[in-house]
Design a binder for this molecule. Structure first.
Ligand SMILES: [Zn+2]
Length: 315
């Protein structure tokens, strides 16, 4: 059975620079990192607290980190900042449904009650029910739509990492909050390569051409040039696709999935079952795209997956 509708592939593992848990990036934007570091979350989940330039007691929070102990530690940091800013109204935007972005909703709700802060939660409600949530533990999320403006932020729907993923653009500071669409280090994971690439191209067309946009990712450090980062991601995917086609060609047009994974990730330790599984799924997404384009076919041989170039002249 040749499955290609999977969710993850391994990010690259660069040596990550340490990041402070709490950083005032600008006078109106503070980054608070949930303490959940890992191979997929890098230094932890970034959340961003934005103070409204014209309404100082109103703030927007982008994402909420992971649940449990992580959320309890994270929410203490949030509390300190909202107290300092004397926030009375807090609008929370969730970039997508993954647990490392929505896990802090419960702790945040408790904190807001204690601090007497009015809160509203906002999220894009995708028509695809498979990979989305529209409420959590009794908290309903107000639906966002492509092109909406929440506070001073433009909402851009960017499916691909998940079908409900959004990015946010701040036209005053020329900042793109990219969620997990683009990360601060290495490459990201996605569940649909075709929609993911389309979203990257959509972001490129959205960003102003005459002003450099700063990128604040869902994980990892700030990137000074969002356009360059997005172009790099598109280039990386296209190069990966060409590499996979090249591996098939070198094997007379036919290769098994495990064989291709070994060539793509020569340094991946054998014991890393989670990363290896993710690598297989990521490869499956590339092969699925090539199959959808009529360039390869999948044949099951002895229970394994074998992929074959359809027309060697066309790939
Ligand atoms: Zn994430």
């Amino acid at each position: 059975m040749c499955t290609t509708n999977s969710t993850n592939q391994p990010p690259s593992s660069p040596h990550l620079p340490p990041l402070a848990p709490l950083t005032a990036l600008t006078p109106t934007t503070t980054r608070i990192i949930a303490p959940n570091p890992g191979p997929f979350t890098l230094q932890g989940s970034n959340t961003y607290l934005l103070r409204h330039p014209s309404s100082p007691h109103t703030a927007t929070l982008i994402d909420t980190g992971a649940a449990g102990d992580v959320a309890r530690k994270w929410v203490e940091m949030v509390k300190n900042v909202v107290r300092e800013w004397r926030v009375g109204e807090l609008g929370i935007v969730l970039t997508h449904w993954h647990a490392d972005h929505v896990g802090g909703v419960d702790e945040l709700t408790k904190m807001a009650k204690e601090e007497n802060i009015t809160m509203t939660f906002h999220k894009y409600h995708t028509p695809d029910p498979k990979s989305s949530i529209n409420s959590l533990e009794g908290t309903q999320f107000i639906p966002l739509h492509d092109g909406d403006r929440l506070a001073h932020l433009d909402i851009i729907t960017t499916p691909g990492h998940t079908s409900d993923h959004i990015c946010l653009y701040d036209p005053h500071t020329h900042t793109l909050f990219s969620g997990d669409c683009i990360l601060g280090h290495g490459s990201t994971v996605f569940e649909n390569l075709t929609t993911y690439i389309a979203s990257l191209r959509k972001l490129l067309s959205f960003l102003p051409v005459d002003t450099q946009t700063v990128l604040y990712p869902g994980h990892g450090d700030v990137l000074p040039d969002a356009r360059a980062a997005i172009e790099g991601y598109i280039r990386h995917r296209m190069e990966r696709e060409a590499q996979i086609v090249g591996i098939l060609r070198e094997r007379e047009g036919v290769a098994g999935v495990d064989e291709i994974v070994k060539v793509l990730y020569p340094d991946m330790p054998e014991g890393e079952a989670r990363l290896r599984g993710a690598a297989r799924r990521g490869l499956g997404l590339h092969l699925g795209k090539l199959r959808d384009e009529g360039r390869v076919v999948c044949r099951g041989v002895g229970g394994g997956e074998v992929w074959e170039i359809v027309d060697r002249g066309s790939v």
